[in-house]
Design a protein around this ligand. Structure first.
Ligand code: HMG
Length: 411
């Protein structure tokens, strides 16, 4: 909350994902791997995979469309599009969303990049804009397709998803507090060169860099006068795979000396309906680790959207959040970490999207491993005009390439 002025934060939020899904049980069978390695070792059950006529734009527009339908466009003068799966070196992917959603011309549309962190930078920039112009609202969209090379350790942590957030004064869901803990360090843990469609990653280094950033951001939060752990009710983490959130929770417990619950929900698919009551028993403090990882177990890594998919999961599965303070740890390889806090607005539960998200996850069409590998290998060159096959059941589609420009349409 900004002192002396209206609170600013997330007024509305929506999660969208892709048409296809790869089940890690099928993946394990095809690779001769013990499925427990994925369910328990990584904390993942499935990953979303885009159809040929989907990308970060179509998922982003699908996430933002219901928000615009509910709230209209009045006061929205900025669209910040956070992604590391950019579709062009110059033009912001948000321009295509602006067009698909028929948003007003009187807007600025920008793309923001720093690996998985950039949605948080966009969110903080949105808060800044609204602090200066409280009547304005900002549309922040995080959308990514996480791709690693076939047959690499990162492959089972792929995924795809978009989260759209409407940021405003007097928000209905989350009031963002002013103090942040920050940490930047130049590290080559994960990156994607301009001529590569897949990320390059030093897995072990990336885990260490993530935890180092958590230490740095938490320490800075304290130095900036932020709340102590005892004053934080729930904690959300960037979730490249949900076991990483568990590692982060163990790390934070060590940093703070608090006895925090470190159990993530284990088990097979359909986790969004999983009973999590067993993790709320007496003992270590439950800070929402299990409830905030339910969607991401099924989405896979959605890079910039991942932390905010975790927020959706928490808001949709925890009925005791009114007035509670949430800590959010955002991490982007390369690397930037930010630990900030927010208060949940009473009445948040009236805006649950649990049914819609669960239906969307359930409706994804499974790919056989052969189909998935063929789709993964198929790469479109912008050098030739092409029309994509009509596959997606989503509201928007990537129609193809003409004159080296990407074309989008309502499906
Ligand atoms: P790996 O080869 O699966 O590693 O790679 P592993 O063999 O050590 O196994 C992983 C875990 O599974 C281990 O547990 C094993 O014990 C366990 P841990 O020691 O971690 O607690 N395991 C089993 N458990 C139960 N039953 C079994 C079994 N077998 C093994 N049968 C790695 C893992 C994360 C390195 C890989 O998936 C990877 O490279 N992923 C991509 C990078 C990544 O996600 N890094 C995370 C931090 S960086 C980040 O978050 C940023 C990012 O989102 C990008 C961005 O910012 O843009 C990635």
């Amino acid at each position: 909350m900004t002192s002396g002025t209206a609170p600013i934060g997330i007024d509305d939020i929506e999660l969208a994902t892709s048409h296809h899904v790869v089940k890690l049980d099928d993946f394990a069978e095809a690779n001769g791997t013990d499925p427990a390695k994925f369910h328990l070792g990584l904390g993942q059950d499935e990953f979303s995979f885009p159809a040929p006529d989907e990308d970060v734009v179509t998922m982003a527009a699908a996430a933002a469309a219901p928000i615009i339908a509910r709230s209209g466009t009045e006061g929205i003068r900025t669209l910040l599009f956070a992604t590391e799966s950019g579709i062009d070196q110059s033009k912001a992917a948000g321009m295509a969303v602006h067009s698909l959603l028929e948003l007003p011309s009187q807007m600025r549309v920008v793309e923001v990049k720093e690996a998985c962190y950039s949605a948080t930078a966009a969110l903080q920039a949105a808060v800044g804009i609204i602090t200066r112009s409280p009547g304005q609202r900002v549309l922040v969209i995080a959308s990514d397709v996480a791709r690693y090379e076939l047959d690499t350790p990162g492959e089972p942590t792929q995924g795809a998803g978009a989260v759209a957030m409407l940021v405003s004064a007097n928000p209905k869901l989350l009031e963002i507090e002013p103090v942040s803990g920050l940490n930047s360090a130049d590290v080559d843990d994960f990156w994607r060169p301009n001529d590569s469609t897949t990320a390059i990653v030093d897995g072990a280094l990336s885990v260490t860099a993530y935890l180092d950033a958590l230490t740095g951001a938490w320490t800075d939060l304290a130095a900036q006068g932020g709340p102590e752990m005892a004053e934080i009710d729930r904690v959300l983490y960037h979730q490249p795979f949900t076991k990483m959130a568990k590692k982060a929770q163990v790390h934070l417990a060590g940093l703070t000396g608090e006895d925090l619950d470190t159990e993530i929900v284990a088990g097979g698919s359909g986790a969004a309906g999983t009973d999590v009551s067993n993790v709320a028993a007496a003992g270590p403090r439950d800070t929402g680790l299990a409830t905030s990882t339910l969607y991401n177990r099924r989405l896979g890594n959605s890079y910039t959207a991942s932390l905010y998919a975790g927020l959706c999961s928490l808001l949709d599965h925890d009925e005791d959040l009114a007035g509670k303070r949430i800590g959010l740890f955002s991490y982007g390889s390369g690397s930037v970490g930010e630990f900030f806090t927010a208060r949940v607005v009473p009445g948040y539960e009236q805006h649950s999207r649990r049914q819609a998200v669960t239906e969307a996850l359930d409706a994804r069409v499974p790919l056989s491993i052969d189909e998935y590998r063929a789709l993964h290998a198929a790469e479109l060159s912008s050098a030739e005009d092409v029309s994509t096959p009509k596959v997606t059941a989503g509201p928007f589609r990537f129609a193809g390439i003409k004159g080296r420009a990407r074309l989008y349409e309502r499906a």
